[in-house]
Design a protein around this ligand. Structure first.
Ligand SMILES: Nc1ncnc2c1ncn2[C@@H]1O[C@H](COP(=O)(O)OP(=O)(O)OP(=O)(O)O)[C@@H](O)[C@H]1O
Ligand SMILES: [Mg+2]
Length: 362
């Protein structure tokens, strides 16, 4: 959990220090007051990414060259100091207890957060990309080294695609790219399949909590080119399957200049009581399911990493009907929690109230 955080030239904050309560914190403020900015900064300290998918330069106050976000996190008896300098031009610098870190994976896991955002509510009905991103994030939370494999996969994919488009039809070179791609893909897919299995453990239970009635909810990793995933499939087996698929798809890949098989084409399939959710579940069921996925993530991270992730709920309650909102709050685990809202009367949970306005919090 966070014991304090300080922001300098981060978005709308010139200079802020905040000591959140270890329990529930409710951030109240008008539209544009800076609530999301503050929650974004907390998440950035944990993940080195903006949950709005904003590039680093968008995080720096408009007139400034760089921003600094610092924070102290408590882990049981020990504490850690995280410092990030975000530069409009050039690389960011990350330090953990005064030591410079070079890789994102080195910081992941120092403090973990589970975020609930209004756009999460479209997770189930939205495009596959959102679900892939979600499961990759879960994998990173569970196994920080997953970040290295994901980056390696993305790099190999970009390089293979540029090679396809470069115009040469050199099979031997393409096979080299195929092998690199497949190796990283195998690790990404094996981790995704295991993350899916971990979510599945509690998904029916978390769904029942938010819905207020029991249902059988399932989640499966699906690969159009490789079939349905068995979570015990080792990375090497995935890699072999992908290599075969790439050979089968040689011609369209050359023609289209894109890689037609691989984890970047996969999806998650959810069902509620046996019915596929993406195109069949009602809007309310889809939203309930999206919330239960986040709760199941918290539960999996808690179970596997013995850490209690900080809960961040940005403006979620205004999107929910009162019944679902009160079920959700009843289901929230007892972690440090940050909830933002423009309407505090809509928040059905007691907590310490903070007023956010114009770069200040009180
Ligand atoms: N890089 C930046 N430099 C300066 N100001 C910024 C920067 N990025 C965002 N802002 C300002 O921050 C404000 C938005 O803050 P934020 O999104 O945190 O509001 P909010 O309190 O969450 O509002 P809402 O209730 O509408 O979600 C905007 O006024 C925006 O102009
Ligand atoms: Mg906001």
């Amino acid at each position: 959990m966070f014991s304090w955080i300080s922001l300098s030239n981060f978005r709308s904050y010139q200079d802020l220090r905040w000591n959140p309560d270890p329990g529930v914190n409710i951030l109240v403020g008008d539209n544009g007051a800076g609530k999301t900015n503050l929650l974004e900064a907390l998440t950035y300290l944990a993940t080195l990414r903006s949950f709005r998918s904003a590039p680093d330069e968008a995080l720096v106050t408009e007139t400034q060259p760089s921003a600094v976000v610092r924070g102290e996190v408590l882990r049981g008896e020990s504490s850690a100091l995280i410092e990030v300098e975000i530069n409009r031009k050039g690389r960011r610098r990350v330090r953990l207890d005064q030591k410079s870190l070079n890789r994102r994976a080195e910081l992941l896991g120092v403090v973990r957060v589970v975020t609930f955002l209004p756009e999460d509510l479209d997770l189930i009905k939205g495009s596959p990309g959102g679900r892939r991103e979600m499961i990759d994030e879960v994998a990173v939370q569970l196994w920080p080294a997953a970040d290295l494999d994901q980056s390696e996969y993305e790099r190999s994919l970009r390089q293979r695609n540029s090679f396809l488009r470069a115009g040469s039809r050199d099979e031997t070179t393409l096979q080299v790219w195929d092998s690199r791609l497949a190796l990283a893909a195998g690790r990404v897919m094996a981790r995704r399949a295991r993350a899916v299995q971990e979510l599945a453990t509690s998904l029916s239970a978390t769904y029942a909590q938010v819905a207020g009635h029991p249902s059988q909810v399932s989640i499966q990793y699906e690969s159009e080119w490789g079939g349905t995933a068995d979570p015990t499939t080792p990375p090497a087996e995935w890699a072999t399957a992908l290599l075969e698929a790439l050979v089968r798809r040689r011609r369209p890949d050359w023609e289209l200049g894109v890689t037609g098989a691989g984890p970047h084409r996969d999806d998650l399939r959810f069902t509620i009581d046996g019915h596929p959710s993406r195109f069949q579940a009602s809007q309310g069921e889809q939203r309930t399911l999206a919330l239960s996925v986040r709760l199941a993530t918290h539960s999996a991270v808690n179970r596997l990493t013995a850490s209690n992730p900080v809960l961040i709920l940005d403006d979620v309650f205004s999107e929910l009907d009162p019944q679902r909102a009160s079920h959700l709050t009843a289901a929230l685990p007892s972690s440090q929690t940050m909830i933002s809202t423009t309407h505090p009367e809509e928040i059905p949970v007691p907590g310490k109230t903070w007023h956010v306005e114009a770069g200040m919090i009180r």
